[in-house]
Design a protein around this ligand. Structure first.
Ligand code: GDP
Ligand code: MG
Length: 242
């Protein structure tokens, strides 16, 4: 475990989870150990929306009932963006971390984001896989990597955002800075990040991209043809809403 530079903070960790029974148990245990070791006052908020496996039971078994943590469940599957929004609205701590259930970005990378956010007085810091200092251990497959690159090019052309990687599932923000924007988010699927970043930038919030470690983990929920098409459609929607 690397040494921590900053002070312990109050932290809500939002984890969207759809059919994650196979991946989320180990991640939750790692996060709980990390929070205890670092002394953060942490709450974990898992947001399931209609998982058809035992995600809910697995999460409840680890987080328990009535503890500091929250498990939000919905019957119908609405998507990652919708679920992140629900989780972010339920956050009670001054800092909110979005993390994917597979910990592709190791939880210890929080330290780097937190340090940057505090030192540079930022409202939101996004983990990035596309900067000089990013460390990719296990790469995604060729198709998926190129899909990501193409998405970034199109995203920049359509929205004007300058970021190299808006889609990493590891983002930290000041809960109260972002809260006023949450009710205005409309993108339910995987492109939700772009809408948040566009609104945050327009609101004059301070944003930055920080290089992180990242490892591809088997069991992706992204459908290779349908999801990229939906994401493109959603980029156009974000643009049209301007
Ligand atoms: N609640 C919810 N979470 C989702 C949904 N789709 C994806 N996720 C979560 O979003 C995160 C990223 O998904 P993943 O499949 O690992 O994406 P990838 O690593 O980009 O291929 C994981 O925590 C998923 O469980 C969804 O429809 N609902
Ligand atoms: Mg993943």
């Amino acid at each position: 475990m690397p040494t921590r530079n900053g002070a312990a903070v109050g932290l809500s960790i939002v984890i969207p989870a759809f059919n994650e029974a196979g991946r989320i148990a180990a991640s939750l245990c790692t996060i709980l150990e990390y929070l205890a070791a670092e002394g953060h006052d942490g709450e974990i908020i898992v947001v399931d929306d209609g998982s058809r496996d035992t995600t809910v039971e697995v999460v409840r078994g680890i987080l328990g009932d009535g503890g500091p943590h929250q498990l939000l469940t919905g019957r119908a599957n609405r998507g990652k963006g919708f679920s992140v929004r629900e989780g972010a609205l339920a956050a009670t701590r001054p800092w909110t971390l979005l993390s994917d259930a597979d910990l592709s970005t190791p939880i210890a990378e929080l330290d780097r984001l937190l340090t940057t956010a505090v030192e540079e007085e930022l409202d939101l810091v996004m983990g990035s896989r596309a900067l000089a200092g990013s460390r990719i251990g296990v790469y995604q497959g060729w198709l998926r990597r190129n899909m990501g690159r193409s998405f970034n090019l199109v995203m920049r052309a359509i929205t004007g955002l300058p970021f190299k990687d808006t889609q990493c599932g590891f983002k930290l923000w000041r809960t109260e800075s972002i809260r006023p924007l949450l009710g205005r988010l409309t993108i339910d699927g995987f492109a939700w990040d772009v809408e948040l970043l566009v609104l945050a930038r327009r609101a004059g919030l301070r944003l930055a991209e920080v290089p992180v470690e990242w490892n591809d983990v088997e069991g992706s929920k992204v459908a290779m043809v349908a999801d990229p098409l939906r994401m493109l459609r959603d980029l156009v929607r974000v643009r049209l809403r301007r």
